[in-house]
Design a protein around this ligand. Sequence first.
Ligand code: IMP
Ligand code: MG
Length: 218
Amino acid sequence: MAGQGGSSAGGRGVVISDNWPGYSLDLFTYPQHYYGDLEYVLIPHGIIVDRTERLAKDIMQDIGDNDIVVLCVLKGGYKFCADLVEHIKNLSRNSERFISMKVDFVRLKSYHNDQSMQDMQIIGGDDLSKLTGKDIVGTGRTMKVLLNNIEKYKPKMIKVASLLVKRTSRPDGYRPDYYGFEIPDLFVVGYALDYNEHFRDLNHICVINDHGKTKYRV
Ligand code: IMP
Ligand code: MG
């Protein structure tokens, strides 16, 4: 893994190069019901959590004394959002600056099998946001739709945090304010990311194999 710390709110996060072979599944534990369905571990759970802690620190530094509303994008963003909020709370508790935080949720749905679909549904969310917590930016289409909707409420500040950004060749590539990892243009699962609702209960971020794709295809 070609690690690169990145400055506050900047950089490309931890860059995982296209030729990164990943870790063998045999080196970790994962649910038995997924045996035979995965190719390799792209990012182990521990590294995800450690990187998220640093994002929390960067966010804390940037927001100053502002209160924040964390808008979690379900379902894929729930693990990242929960861990990010935990880290912000811990950092805030251990410093002299107490940040008031509200949490709200929206649900977006756009993927069918491993293909991004045109039509997008936004469900829920009743509060304005200053910060959004998201799982992954693939094509960036989802994020643009969401931001257009949030901007209507004219929040003082909007910052987008995404755990993963894919290196896609598509021109509408959206770049979030904070991101954990820049990854190859692969379909990944785990840490709440799904393939047709499966694999959310996997801790590590992994690449599925053809067997897994066929098994859970709809
Ligand atoms: P985009 O519109 O292509 O940017 O896709 C964004 C949404 O699609 C994300 O919020 C995810 O829920 C889902 N998505 C994109 N890429 C992946 C992937 O590799 N695995 C699982 N879900 C993905
Ligand atoms: Mg999904």
